[in-house]
Design a protein around this ligand. Structure first.
Ligand code: ADE
Length: 232
């Protein structure tokens, strides 16, 4: 491990541990996993069902479709996981949660231990959410079949911010959502593609002018595409 890096530990409580690391095994994030910049600890909720692996869920009181994961299953799993770690952030991924943004991602990166609970779309017993004071987070206003893909999205965006993962901190400074702005457009060779030319300024070598142009573009694009961000 490089001296500039800290170890970032993640526990994932899920009914589908086989889904991991999945996409987190690739690219910068996968490399960081191999380099032990972060670690992935998978907890299969079925192992904590008191009457065998088939008893993780049951019908909702009051009727309705689907099955609800039982409090006791999640409680048993959390008791075991938290025995080993003193300080942690416990997050339940749910479309009912507060929507995650880049600011939230930066906060999460600062925590040393994350525990992510992945539910099914039908949900989990409300009482265990309250009993463990879980933070409920959503990745957007759409419904996934379970929290696993949401957890992967959250982790991917956290891990690339860990020291030593993205090569240059300059890269992170200019990217989309920094200062509530979308990133300026980028181009590479050829300078003329199907008659579409790269803006002259980018070929000028004048770094100050290029910087000004990029800032202007960032403002224009943000105002046009994300007026909500622009207002901030
Ligand atoms: N589980 C199902 N849908 C979700 C969403 N949009 N965000 C987080 N977790 C979810």
């Amino acid at each position: 491990m490089k001296s500039t890096t800290k170890h970032w530990s993640v526990h994932i409580l899920t009914l589908f541990p086989e889904m991991f690391p999945g996409p987190l095994n690739f690219s910068l994030v996968g490399k960081a996993l191999k380099e032990k910049i972060w670690s992935l600890n998978l907890v299969n909720l079925r192992d904590f069902a008191e009457n065998g692996p088939k008893s993780v869920d049951d019908k909702p009181y009051g009727g309705g479709p689907g099955m609800i994961i039982k409090s006791e299953v999640i409680d048993n799993a959390l008791k075991k996981v938290t025995k080993k770690i003193k300080q942690y952030s416990l997050i339940y991924l749910t479309p009912k949660g507060k929507k995650i943004n880049q600011k939230k991602i930066k906060e999460l990166v600062k925590k040393d231990n994350l525990i992510l609970l992945c539910g099914k779309y039908e949900g989990i017993d409300q009482r265990v959410i309250e009993n463990w004071s879980m933070e409920e987070l959503s990745i957007g206003d759409f419904v996934l079949s379970g929290g696993e893909i949401a957890a992967m999205s959250l982790l991917d965006s956290c891990i690339r911010l860990l020291p030593g993962v993205v090569g240059s901190s300059e890269t992170l400074k200019h990217e989309t959502f920094e200062n509530n702005l979308l990133e300026y457009p980028q181009y590479t060779k050829p300078s003329n593609w199907k008659g579409r030319k790269v803006p002259d300024i980018l070929l000028s070598g004048n770094h100050q002018k290029i910087e000004e142009w990029r800032k202007k573009k960032s403002f224009e694009i943000t105002k046009l595409k994300r007026p909500d961000l622009f207002k901030k």
